[in-house]
Structures are given as C-alpha cells and as structure tokens.
Design a protein around this ligand. Structure first.
Ligand code: SF4
Ligand code: SF4
Ligand code: FES
Length: 359
C-alpha cells in the first residue's frame, strides 16, 4: 500500500488508488466534475488538477495513480488558479439560469417557481411553507410587495406575468392544508448563471412547457381565486429555475472558486430543451461533455444509447442516427440523469411532474 503526502499530510491508500481518492480519504476537497466511482475517467473537466512534486505541469488527480512517496500539493495558488480557469472555460459554454428571474428579483428571494408548482399540484400546505420560509407573513399581507418578482417574470415578455400576488393571497386564505413530505425549500444561493434576454426561439421552447394564454382573472375579484382558477394560473409558470440547482457540481465548484458569471452573458450559446422523453429532460446547453451518460447507457445495454457528435466547443451529446431520446435511452434514462453532473440530463422530478406538463 503506497504512502503519499497531500499538502504535507501523510496518508496510505490501497494500490491503484487515484490521487483524488487519496485526497478524499484525508478529507481534502477537490472539485471533480467528470469523475464518478466505477466509471472510466475522461479527464474532460480539468477541475481536479493538483501539483505533483516540483513538476511544472499540473495533473488531473482523478486519473493520476498514487505512487510510493508522492508529494501532492492541492491548495497552492497556481493550482487554485488553474482549477478556476478550467471552471471558467466550462461556464463560458453554459446556457441556463440556476435561479429563476422572479426569485432573484424578489427581495426575500422566495422560491416562487417551487411555490407555483405546489399550487399547481394542490399542495397548499407546502406552498404556504415555501412562502413562510422566505419570511412572508401569511397572517399579515397588507404590506406584501411582489411587484419586483412580477416585473422580472419571464412570462410577462410573452403575454402577462404570472399573478404572484393573487396566488400568494389565495394560499394565505386556504393554507389549512397540511404540507406534503417535500419539506422546506432549499436555502437560497445567490451564485447563478443568468440567461438574460432570451431569443424568440428560446422563449418559444420555454413556453412549450406551460399553459397557454394570458393571466387568469378571478371570476369574483373581491373573493380572489377559486382552487381551479389558482391552479390554472400557477400552470402558466415557465419554471425558469434549474432542475439541478442544488445538486449541480459545476455550480458548487464555481461558487467555491468564486467564478464570475457576468462577463459570460454577451456570447452565451443558445438554450434549448428536449421534453420528448417521458422520464428525463435534456438541456444540451448545460452539458460539460464528461461522457458519463454515454457510459451509463452502454452499461445498461441500450441498443442505441448516447454518443458525441462534432468537435471542440461544437461537440454535443446526441442520439445515434437521430433516433428519439426515448428510444435511445429507455432502461438507462434514470441512470443517465443521475450520473450527469449538471442538469444537461435530469429526471422529471415529482415536484415538476403531474398534469402541469411543466418541465
Ligand atoms: S415564469 Fe415562473 S419561474 Fe419564470 S420568472 Fe415567471 S414566475 Fe418565475
Ligand atoms: S449530458 Fe451530462 S452526463 Fe452526459 S456528457 Fe453531458 S454533462 Fe456529461
Ligand atoms: S474530475 Fe478529473 S478531470 Fe474531471
């Protein structure tokens, strides 16, 4: 069993271990986006680089096998700088919002897309909990201000913003429903990629997942929404938030390495979404080309599986012979989504499914 040092700390690891595994054994955190235990390393992200001895070349720790007496440096400024540069490069080609515009704009950063999904599903207890967690007092809505969130609502660019104020008041009046098992909303995190202004094609792709038509007016304005009206209005939400907002390895690493996002807005690639698969969604603009989904599909014995097409920045995940995604990954769909380090492939989770046809 070889012994090595990482940042001056000694550790002994089983023969054949990678430096990344040795670091984990010591509790040394190294960002690793394209590595997954049991899968072949692709060394595509280069976020896991370390310095070995005095070598001038940094090496990917996930694909470097430990040798006796190795001296690894993981926290030197040059190492952190190189990791940050790798992350910036991955981000420069990333299309999507981590946080929806309404949540970003809301002064309390309430998780409004989640709130709307809960209203659409009739989970009024959960919807109330989402609001109160953000500090909205449902017993006192006199001073409620949601105009910033409504102004930022993407739906407003097509017809009318989602009627957040009316829906919050509706939930306050009907909140005797118990919350479901989904629990409290995840903590708000400010670090977010922003799509900014969307093109017409992008806007159309986003709209395709929501109920068409302008805002639903309450039949009785004095009494507010009925349950059917509230549900119909909530179904107008485009769900601009990311499916992997709280599990994305790219976001975690970029946040830790303080990678700026502002400069990326002018030249971002197009955002698109493939909703044709019954179990998973495909957002090609979030792919970091790690190849893990290709391996997952191959392991499951998929007849078609997933492949890479193109080169360099134009390389993307596709299905062979243009077969539909649902045919290309049938049994392996959930596995592909689960190994994906971002939301390029994601499950249609319970909070986003049902009759809402939301993404
Ligand atoms: S469409 Fe929904 S998620 Fe998007 S900004 Fe409006 S309320 Fe938020
Ligand atoms: S879709 Fe996900 S798992 Fe597949 S190559 Fe892209 S980032 Fe990796
Ligand atoms: S995790 Fe090592 S190169 Fe991606």
């Amino acid at each position: 069993m070889p012994k090595l040092t990482i940042d001056g700390r000694e550790v002994t690891v089983p023969e054949g271990s990678s430096v990344l595994h040795a670091a984990r054994a010591l509790g040394v955190a190294i960002p690793s986006l394209c590595q997954r235990d049991g899968f072949e390393p692709s060394t595509s992200c280069m976020a896991c680089v370390v310095k070995i001895g005095s070598s001038p070349t940094l090496r990917p720790s996930c694909a470097t096998i430990v040798t006796e007496g190795m001296e690894v440096s993981s926290e030197l400024p040059e190492v952190r700088k190189a990791r940050r540069a790798s992350l910036e490069l991955l981000l420069s080609d990333h299309a999507g919002d981590c946080v929806a515009p309404c949540q970003l704009a809301d002064e309390r950063h309430a998780d409004l897309p989640r709130f709307l999904r809960q209203v659409a599903e009739g989970d009024l207890g959960g919807a109330a909990a989402t609001l109160t967690t953000a500090g909205i007092d449902l017993d006192d809505l006199d001073g409620l201000q949601v105009h910033r969130a409504e102004k930022a609502c993407r739906r407003g660019r097509n017809d009318e913003a989602v009627a957040l104020d009316r829906l919050i008041r509706y939930v306050a009046a009907h909140r005797d429903h118990p919350a479901d098992a989904a629990g409290a909303p995840p903590e708000y995190r400010a670090w977010s990629v922003r799509l900014g202004r969307m093109t017409e094609a992008e806007q159309a792709a986003l709209l395709a997942g929501a109920r068409p038509g302008a805002a639903v007016p309450p039949a009785d304005a004095a009494r507010g929404y009925t349950p059917d009206e509230a549900r119909a209005e909530a179904l107008r939400c485009l769900h601009c938030d990311c499916h992997a907002a709280h599990s994305c390895k790219l976001r975690d690493a970029c946040e830790e390495y303080d990678v700026p996002t502002a400069r990326l807005r002018s030249q971002r690639p197009a955002w698109a979404i493939d909703r044709s698969h019954p179990d998973i969604l495909h957002e090609p603009g979030k792919c970091i080309r790690c190849g893990l989904c290709l391996q997952a599909a191959e392991r499951a014995g998929e007849r078609f599986g997933i492949t890479f097409a193109g080169r360099g920045f134009d390389m993307s995940v596709q299905t062979p012979f243009g077969v539909p995604l649902a045919q290309a990954v049938a049994a392996a769909a959930a596995d592909c989504a689960d190994v994906c380090p971002t939301a390029a492939l994601s499950r249609r989770d319970a909070n986003r499914s049902g009759e809402s046809n939301a993404p």
